[in-house]
Write a protein that binds this ligand. Structure first.
Ligand SMILES: Cc1ncc(COP(=O)(O)O)c(C=O)c1O
Length: 400
């Protein structure tokens, strides 16, 4: 059966991790993998998570099956975070939320749900988008297209071109949006632009699919849910794939959720039953530990406040790194404008380097980025910024 299979190349980011790990240069920097890092280069467990895990260990009484919806209280808490406690969407019973293994699990369940419900529906995603979107949706049998999004020359949003493309979409189309901290380009619509996008979605009748993997990393928890809430208010239907990997730093626990907004409670109940049917045939039910921990945090006033503070600290550290990096580059002998770094948000930005320059950063300075020159800004710190800027200056000066 397996004789004809060829070994596939590993994910480029995993290749970077391995190459960086094997590099003996003490000054090496890994700007590839998308995890938050603190000033010491670590990805620590949040204090609120450590405290909640202690409570969980002390109080849990069973490891029996959870059932397809997962941790029900986690699902309700995520619904509240996304749509706003007491929002019309929730009080009218229009939304169902089902816990999934990470945001990736939520995206895959979303694709399967679309295939079951409207097999001919096609997906439109921003250009560029997260590399795994490009694998995941076609992998689930969906035809995928792109719409204009990032202007690489000016490091801005191509808002007019994007709106022209969205005006062409209609019922039967699913349009993917990154709610905040776009991966890989770090550029998001502003609140007024989100309003225009939601107006077009409701007028044209396409179904928005919002991927929210960095809630709290751009402007704040409430603010980063703006797109979700506008679409929920203005469109009859909406799919949201959320992840707790980054904002609770629970990457390996695989915590996420799919939320589907429908026209009424009847539809929400039906959709939830279809989601259960989809997951039962796939992984049966989601894992318990991560959502049980988050359930404890979100239902305890003190832990919830601590989480908000820790999340705010991560957000402001990244913002500070962006500002410092852009100021230090401006003060260096680099002629090119990198001020976009401080205008963009979240962990990622494109440096706008050629493949040759990326390779030189790696070969000559042990600075590792993905080939597109996307960097994880959170991987910078006081000790490595100057070294990075020197390397960047050398690579930009001497194109050889
Ligand atoms: C845009 C985007 N969506 C979804 C995810 C999924 O996150 P996870 O499956 O780790 O929760 C990521 C993770 O990097 C992401 O960048």
């Amino acid at each position: 059966m397996f004789d004809h299979l060829k070994t596939l190349p590993s994910d480029p980011i995993l290749g970077i991790i391995a190459a960086h790990a094997a590099d003996p240069n003490p000054k090496k920097i890994d700007l590839g993998i998308g995890v938050y890092r603190d000033e010491s280069g670590n990805t620590p467990i949040l204090e609120c998570v450590v405290a909640a895990e202690k409570i969980l260990i002390a109080t849990q009484t069973t490891k029996t099956y959870l059932g397809p919806p997962g941790v029900a209280r986690f699902n309700r808490a995520m619904t509240g975070l996304l749509f706003g406690e007491g929002s019309d969407t929730i009080s009218r019973g229009r939304v169902c939320t089902v816990q999934t293994p990470g945001g990736t699990g939520a995206l895959r369940v979303a694709a399967d749900l679309i295939k079951v419900s409207k097999p001919e529906a096609e997906l439109w995603a921003p250009d560029p988008t997260w590399a795994n979107h490009e694998a995941l949706f076609p992998g689930a049998g969906m035809v995928m297209h792109s719409y204009p999004y990032f202007d690489a020359t000016h490091s801005n949003l191509r808002f007019d071109a994007m709106m022209d493309a969205l005006q062409q979409r209609g019922p039967g189309d699913v349009v993917l949006f990154h709610a905040c901290c776009h991966n890989p380009c770090g550029v998001s619509p502003d609140p007024e632009q989100w309003q225009v996008i939601a107006d077009v979605a409701s007028k044209r009748g396409f179904t928005p699919l919002v991927d929210i993997a960095y809630m709290g990393f751009e402007r704040g928890v409430e603010e980063d849910c703006l797109a979700v809430r506008l679409f929920a208010e203005q469109c009859p239907e909406l799919i949201v794939a959320s992840s707790c990997s980054k904002n609770f730093a629970m990457y390996r626990e695989r915590v996420g959720a799919i939320s589907v907004v429908t026209q009424n409670t009847d539809r929400a109940v039906a959709v939830e039953s279809v989601i259960h049917n989809i997951t039962r045939k796939n992984y049966s039910m989601p894992p318990a530990h991560g959502p049980a921990v988050i359930d404890i945090i979100l239902h305890d006033d003190e832990l919830r406040a601590r989480w908000r503070t820790e999340l705010e600290n991560m957000r402001s550290r990244i913002k500070g790194l962006r500002d410092t990096l852009s100021e230090m580059i401006a003060a260096s002998d680099i002629q090119r404008d990198f001020s976009f770094l401080s205008r963009q948000s979240g962990m990622f930005s494109f440096l706008g380097l050629t493949a040759g320059q990326v390779q030189r950063l790696r070969d000559e300075f042990s600075i590792y980025t993905v080939n597109s020159s996307r960097v994880n800004v959170a991987a910078f710190n006081q000790h490595n910024m100057e070294y990075f800027i020197n390397g960047l200056a050398r690579v930009l000066k001497n194109q050889g």
